[in-house]
Design a protein around this ligand. Structure first.
Ligand code: HEC
Length: 159
């Protein structure tokens, strides 16, 4: 009996040692909505679907950058953006009505935890943060966000 209890305790403990928390599982599930375009690896398709892997770190650490990411998922994105020297003139459909505030936070956390490995630590997204961004950006449209991205991350010459 003691041994059985120990085994159960060990397997529970072992499970929580991994990086998957309850919220990550939700984010992983929701990311399936995105992976058709951005691919399961987050590497995207050059010229068609931009990468989410290792290209968003500059946004995670500032309120404006976090607001940009939240708005893109909620409202979609339409208009030219430059990512790593490749121009995308695509159209991303809004995901907000399907995901809701909590889902947007979960999927952004999935991308943050899985796809960025520059070693920096960033705060996780919360439902409350998403709610605030949405309330403050009610007039912002998908086509406004490509300019917002250029303001946040000016393309450097030669990039
Ligand atoms: C139908 C294809 C498609 C789906 C589904 C999709 N995206 Fe996108 N996504 C795009 C395209 C295309 C762009 C670039 C749009 C442009 O060129 O203006 C983009 C841009 C982005 C960007 C901005 C990247 C940057 O460097 O600024 C983020 C963040 C993003 N998507 C996250 C997501 C997330 C999270 C999901 C799932 C909830 C998702 N996308 C679902 C096609 C898609």
């Amino acid at each position: 009996m003691i041994i059985r209890t120990l085994i159960i305790a060990f397997s529970l403990g072992f499970g929580s040692l991994g990086s998957v928390s309850a919220d990550d599982t939700e984010g992983a599930k929701l990311y399936k909505r995105c992976s058709a375009c951005h691919l399961p690896t987050g590497k995207g398709v050059p010229g068609a679907f931009p990468p989410l892997k290792n290209s968003l770190s500059a946004f995670y650490g500032t309120p404006e950058g976090r607001s940009y990411l939240t708005m893109v998922v909620a409202k979609g994105l339409n208009g030219p953006i430059d990512v790593g020297g490749v121009t995308y003139r695509g159209f991303m459909p809004a995901q907000g009505s399907a995901l809701k505030d909590k889902g947007i936070a979960s999927v952004l956390n999935y991308i943050l935890l899985e796809f960025h490995d520059n070693g920096a630590e960033y705060a996780l997204f919360t439902e409350a943060e998403v709610k605030t961004v949405k309330a403050e950006s009610s007039g912002v449209k998908a086509r406004d966000l490509s300019k917002k991205r250029r303001d946040l991350m000016p393309v450097k010459a030669g990039e």
